[in-house]
Ligand binder design. Structure first.
Ligand SMILES: *Cc1c(COP(=O)(O)O)cnc(C)c1O
Length: 398
């Protein structure tokens, strides 16, 4: 009998009961704006920032409207503006080059390795071209962060980390987002905590933090923050930093606080599912599993594998055949971006050089989401379906 899978790759778990209760409380009192506080009250947003700063070990934290907004704010706060070049990953998703474009800057793409991390040799070669790297830990793969920081420090390049897929991850025990000058996280529905939309920015740099608070639209109410620098730092920046409103509200913050407390337990559940999928895909001719380095503590909220050097039509055939059995895979080699799989050459508003080594990886790259509504048994079934179809097509093509 041919097995099929009937689960949804885009169905999240419900918001936990304590999150729903906290959200109802905010709805009942009506003070949704983060600076609308009763006398003596600490807003949900300010508390969220305080808690996330503690969780990541950062001095300062700012909650904002989206992950993309957090990245653009970090770029602005380190002085990036029109015409500046910003190094970034060729393998990432549209909000990353989009945040660079939103400040009028221009991306300089750095290639990807077979391990799906930024190519550090390519980075070293290009480091002289820009003074900021917006590093995307795309699909949760962390590169050798010590080597990356050594390259960037030597070249005087400031690092901003896009941690949309690495909230809860670490390299050699250091949380993702804590190597660079700022770490940016997304709380959008498809990430590791879910408030629909939302973002978090962490930093130890007091001026960066103060500028980010003013940029986000603090109406000079910055003293209501619990994870921001002192008023003397704001004195230095408050009249020269524009308000580009992108605050988080108390409703979202209320939903997020309990989810952040549960993050480590959720990470363990993701990784159980990831392990079942990875195990089911190992030792299959034609398919390359992406090995994870021992230094990396990752969050298995998605899994990637490579059908390296396959003809495009044969990869497309596997994607079609698994889809017919209910397994929705994203392929980064398709000619047109589908869903979330855009590629550096899809962003036609920005220039790009030819990147053959990166094209080879993207042409074979297949990606699956792992929502926590899947059981471990579901993941085993998904792996069996992929195995069947990869073997059938690969056997047929060989
Ligand atoms: C989702 C995502 C972001 C941020 O996205 P928002 O939708 O703006 O919160 C940033 N980088 C990557 C790689 C993403 O997938």
């Amino acid at each position: 009998m041919t097995e099929t899978f009937t689960g949804s790759f885009t169905q999240q778990e419900p918001i936990p009961d304590d999150g729903i209760a906290a959200a109802l409380e905010v709805l009942r009192h009506g003070r949704l704006h983060r600076y609308n506080t009763a006398p003596g009250e600490l807003s949900e947003t300010a508390l969220l920032e305080q808690e996330f700063a503690a969780q990541t070990g950062a001095k300062y934290c700012l909650a904002v409207a989206s992950g993309g907004y957090a990245m653009a704010t970090a770029l602005r706060a380190v002085g990036i503006g029109p015409g500046d070049k910003v190094l970034t990953n060729a393998f990432t998703l549209a909000p990353v080059p989009g945040s660079i474009a939103s400040v009028g800057a221009v991306p300089v793409y750095v290639g990807v390795t077979e391990g799906l991390t930024i190519d550090l040799d390519d980075l070293a070669a290009k480091a002289g071209q820009a003074r900021v790297l917006l590093l995307s830990h795309m699909r949760g793969h962390l590169c050798d962060m010590e080597r990356l920081m050594a390259i960037c420090d030597a070249a005087g390049v400031t690092v901003i980390e896009d941690c949309a897929h690495t909230m809860g991850a670490a390299w050699n025990g250091v949380p993702s987002g804590r190597f660079g000058a700022a770490g940016c996280y997304s709380c959008q529905t498809y990430k590791h905590v879910n408030s629909g939309e939302g973002g978090l920015l962490v930093t130890d740099d007091e001026e960066l933090a103060a500028r980010a608070v003013i940029l986000s639209g603090s109406y000079m109410l910055y003293e209501r923050h619990l994870a921001a620098p002192g008023p003397e730092v704001f004195e230095r920046v408050k009249y020269v930093t524009p308000n580009i409103s992108g605050r988080m509200d108390n409703l979202r913050a209320a939903i997020l606080r309990p989810q952040l407390r549960a993050l480590d337990a959720q990470v363990a559940r993701w990784n159980e599912r990831y392990a079942a999928l990875e195990e089911g895909l190992r030792n299959l001719p034609g398919l390359t599993v992406v090995d994870r380095p021992p230094e990396e503590r990752f969050v298995g909220s998605s899994i990637q594998f490579l059908l390296l050097d396959w003809a495009g039509e044969t990869v497309a055939e596997v994607v079609r055949r698994t889809a017919a059995r209910g397994v929705e895979m994203k392929w980064f080699g398709a000619a047109e971006p589908v869903g979330f799989t855009s590629r550096y050459d899809s962003w036609r508003y920005a220039p790009h050089a030819s990147m053959p080594a990166t094209d080879r990886i993207l042409a074979g790259l297949v990606d699956l989401r792992i929502p926590l509504t899947f059981s471990v048994e579901d993941c085993r079934l998904i792996a069996r379906i992929i195995r069947d179809e990869v073997s059938a097509v690969y056997g047929g093509a060989a």
